[in-house]
Write a protein that binds this ligand. Structure first.
Ligand SMILES: Cc1ncc(COP(=O)(O)O)c(C=O)c1O
Length: 364
């Protein structure tokens, strides 16, 4: 019998405001990258308090452009945590870099600053902190190592737009930061990404890279490598509306996180992976660690509740062969991690039903 899923693991929605903005853009023939994209970039930069933002097709490509603009070239090495979506590693590989993975912290799926120095070689050029699910990495520690070894800090903040930390917004603290506007993100334009930086030179390189490094199509000259990685005004029209909704979205995902954290607190076999909502971190998802995860997944699926097990660790990829296979912390997250139903349009009742169902499962 086919199981019916009534609660999706992720829920976001677009309403008449996005529909009108999109229709208006199309009517005005604002289809490809133009004024609306520039307005979207300005607004993101303004809200994050950075001078420069460059929109592109995805966060994967934002990271690739960032690596390329920052001068990462074949044979260079970059250091990444072993808990991230594989896109981070692929972007580095596309720039020709060798990916060096290191383990995460024990209790948080974030890069362990204490393990970075052992992975540094004369070829190392950059550290890539990945701020997973709104949790901001320890930027003091990372910047100290980066300064000591003259390394770049390129932040993967795909899952963390508007997440606050003692150092500022995620993505705005290092040399460059990258965001995703994919479907399962707080601010979505369907697909899309953004690079932010305070470095004018990097900004100039990144913004022309998306148009084959041709800055002026009337007096065109071919001066440097580039690609067609333009954003579109149709996406920007949607994105501008999404930005206006950011406060409600943030408040809602924080509320869902708090609800789950309180509702599951008394269950010894489950722990909600912490997000510091009181300090302004924005939990893009609700993530738990649970023993015998697959049994809980099956139980919830039978109740019509859709969940997502964590993705594999990047070190599993044969094309990312590593010098070590010792990633005990990252592997624990991989084995026990589960996304529970969340998202900016996930009704509170759905979270309550999920909590109730989990509690009943363990009360049996
Ligand atoms: C941590 C992380 N980095 C990079 C990406 C890639 O983003 P995009 O799908 O916009 O290319 C994602 C996407 O989910 C992600 O979660």
């Amino acid at each position: 019998m086919e199981k019916k899923s009534t609660i999706p693991w992720w829920n976001t929605s677009f309403d008449d405001r996005e529909v009108s903005a999109l229709a208006e853009a199309v009517r005005a023939r604002k289809i490809s990258q133009g004024d609306l994209t520039a307005a979207f970039e300005r607004r993101v930069a303004e809200l994050l308090g950075v001078p420069f933002a460059v929109a592109t097709t995805s966060c994967t490509m934002a990271l690739y452009i960032a690596f390329y603009a920052a001068g990462i070239r074949p044979g260079d090495e970059v250091i990444l945590p072993d808990r991230t979506f594989i896109a981070t590693a692929h972007a580095a590989q596309l720039a020709g870099a060798v990916v060096r993975l290191i383990d995460t912290q024990r209790d948080l799926p974030l890069i362990d600053p204490g393990q970075i120095e052992a992975a540094i070689t004369p070829k190392t050029r950059a550290i890539v902190p990945v701020h997973l699910c709104g949790r901001v990495c320890d930027m003091d520690a990372l910047r100290a190592v980066a300064r000591k070894h003259s390394l770049l800090v390129i932040e993967d903040a795909a899952q963390s737009i508007f997440s606050r930390s003692p150092w500022g917004y995620a993505g705005t603290v290092g040399d460059v930061g990258c965001f995703s506007f994919g479907m399962a993100k707080l601010i979505s334009t369907g697909q899309g990404g953004m690079i932010v930086t305070s470095n004018e030179r990097l900004h100039k390189l990144a913004s022309v890279f998306r148009t084959h490094s041709v800055a002026d199509t009337f007096h065109a000259t071919y001066t440097a490598f580039g690609l067609n990685l333009r954003f579109t005004d149709m996406q920007a029209a949607i994105g501008l509306v999404q930005l206006e909704k950011r406060k409600d979205k943030i408040a809602h995902v924080q509320k869902l996180y708090e609800l789950y954290a309180a509702g599951l607190a008394s269950l010894p076999r489950i722990s909600v992976i912490p997000v510091k909502t009181s300090e302004g971190e924005v939990p893009n998802y609700v993530e738990i660690l649970v023993d015998e995860r697959d049994r809980l997944v099956d139980h919830l699926a039978q109740q019509g509740i859709d969940t997502r097990p964590f993705l594999p660790c990047p070190h599993r990829s044969p094309h990312l062969r590593q010098v070590t296979d010792r990633f005990p912390n990252a592997e624990r997250f991989e084995k026990q991690g589960l996304f529970l139903p969340s998202g900016p349009s996930q009704p509170v009742e759905n979270a309550e039903r999920c909590i109730d169902s989990i509690r009943k499962y363990y009360d049996r």
